[in-house]
Ligand binder design. Structure first.
Ligand code: NAP
Length: 460
């Protein structure tokens, strides 16, 4: 993939970037490794001060950064601004709480003293996606810089200006060179880089293909990987739910970021007793969305991130229809320039159809009618993915009971799957492994060293 800014609103190429030469990459990794030996000796106060500064700068430049996000990947401008706020909150969260999370953990032992001390492991490589170009980086970089690790980021090729802007924020905040380094690299070369001995761990958020490629390279070199991959979250609506509220949340859950969230509510699974009412109201909401320029505050449905993404999604819908699925609304590209596709609901989906098994990364909702709660659970779990999911019910205990039976890393009751700094984020099955955010996210690339203090007279 060429590294370039293409505005998906009109598919015009705005700017091209060169991939780094192997020598330049080698020098960047070398600088990071050298810097690690100093950075690991800094105090938590020093690391925290740097991160707070980055968060402050991010907020100060919110309008400009949000504009860059929208320009490069088409997110509605207000949502881009919201992403900057969330990213700054994550950075502040680790700056404030990191030291507490990493404090020595004293162990209960039969005799003598023992504790676990957390220490950094070195240079880490993060491979990041375009769909939340600041948030995804924040949740990888902030905890690890707080640990004392140093970061190399290979960002998605369609958001190079976002990638550069993040590195500049660290530089402006006073980060010594090598703490945070942006690498302009192809995906293939990022996987090859995972074999470099100076890199001690890798993390990827993105597709299964890319995740498998990077994790394979890391595994061959015996280093740890964290993978945050795709999802096809179920949005289960029980017969006792407040349907109007559920519909409001279904629209947000499916359409936020023009449907391009790993944790978007991709499969609406509704109990028969309320299915007609839900579908009628959900259809009315999606039909009324105003299509237009994502820079315009009145727009409700912008373009996808790229022409290729729109072509792929339209093809997934068409393959499903060819196999017998029914389009309730939409289903086609919008007849205008840019990477637009109609807000779509498809139904009558069966195993074997593309939309039944594959992730639909855009404004296309799958609608399933089920006879009861058990069928809803079985259907929800009949997916290769296990990222998030939601249950809508007026009976919270019933919701928790269903949550317990869903094979996913996260379940939200009466809310679409979402994220905040203090909630762990991650999946099971083909959605990956490891966790980001919360206290769990800071522990992934840490040496949890046992220190045992014995008396010379203690038994063997
Ligand atoms: P993608 O193609 O996998 O791209 C993600 C990143 O991986 C990009 O930086 C990409 O670089 C890189 N990449 C591509 N091929 C690679 C390879 N062989 N080795 C190493 N890196 C490689 O994913 P996408 O389709 O753009 O992003 C959407 C996917 O990400 C969806 O499946 C979504 O659900 C998932 N996602 C998951 C989470 C989560 O937390 N679980 C969050 C957000 C998104 P190039 O751009 O240069 O190809």
């Amino acid at each position: 993939m060429a590294i370039q800014t293409i505005n998906p609103f009109n598919n015009k190429v705005i700017k091209n970037f060169e991939e780094m030469t192997p020598d330049a990459v080698d020098a960047a990794v070398g600088k990071a490794e050298t810097q690690f030996h100093s950075w690991k000796k800094t105090s938590y106060e020093e690391r925290s001060a740097l991160l707070h500064k980055v968060a402050d700068l991010m907020r100060n430049k919110k309008d400009q950064l949000a504009h860059t996000i929208t320009l490069e990947m088409g997110k509605l401008l207000a949502q881009s601004a919201g992403e900057i706020d969330l990213s700054a909150d994550i950075i502040d969260y680790y700056a404030t709480n990191g030291e507490r999370f990493l404090a020595n953990k004293v162990l209960d032992t039969e005799f003598g003293e023992a504790y676990i001390k957390s220490s950094p492991i070195g240079v880490l490589l993060g491979v990041e996606p375009w769909n939340f170009p600041f948030y995804q980086v924040a949740r990888f970089a902030a905890p690890n810089i707080m640990v004392g690790n140093v970061i190399l980021v290979k960002h998605a090729s369609n958001v190079p200006q976002c990638a550069q802007a993040i590195e500049e924020l660290f530089t402006e905040a006073g980060a010594p060179a090598g703490i945070y380094t942006n690498l302009f690299l192809s995906g293939k070369n990022a996987s090859l880089l995972a074999a470099d001995d100076r890199i001690k761990g890798v993390s990827l958020t993105g597709s299964e293909l890319a995740g498998a490629s990077l994790a394979e390279a890391a595994g061959k070199s015996l280093k740890k990987s964290v993978l945050e991959l795709g999802g096809s979250d179920a949005f289960i609506v029980l017969e006792d739910a407040d349907i109007d509220q559920a519909v409001e949340w279904a629209v947000v859950g499916r359409m936020n970021n023009t449907g391009q969230c790993c944790v978007a509510s991709k499969r609406m699974i509704v109990l028969d007793a309320v299915a007609d009412e839900f579908l009628k109201k959900f259809t009315a909401k999606l039909t009324g969305l105003k299509v237009g320029d994502p820079m315009d505050a009145s727009t409700e449905l912008g373009p996808l991130s790229s022409e290729a993404a729109a072509v792929q999604l339209a093809d997934q819908v068409q393959r499903s229809v060819d196999a017998g699925a029914r389009v309730v609304i939409g289903g086609k590209r919008i007849d205008r320039p840019g990477a637009f596709i109609q807000a779509t609901i498809i139904t009558d989906l069966k195993p074997g159809m593309a939309a039944y098994h594959e992730e639909l990364f855009g404004p296309v909702a799958s609608f399933y009618r089920v006879k009861d709660e058990q069928e809803a659970i079985t259907l929800a779990n009949d997916s290769p993915y296990g990222l998030g999911g939601s249950v809508f019910t007026s009976d919270k205990k019933r919701g928790e009971n269903i949550a317990d039976q869903l094979d996913t890393g996260m379940v939200f009751i009466n809310h679409p799957t979402w994220t905040q700094p203090d909630l762990p984020f991650g999946g099971t099955k083909r959605s990956g492994y490891g966790r980001e955010l919360s206290s769990l996210g800071i522990e992934e690339f840490v040496n949890k060293k046992l220190i045992r203090v014995s008396e010379l007279t203690d038994p063997f």
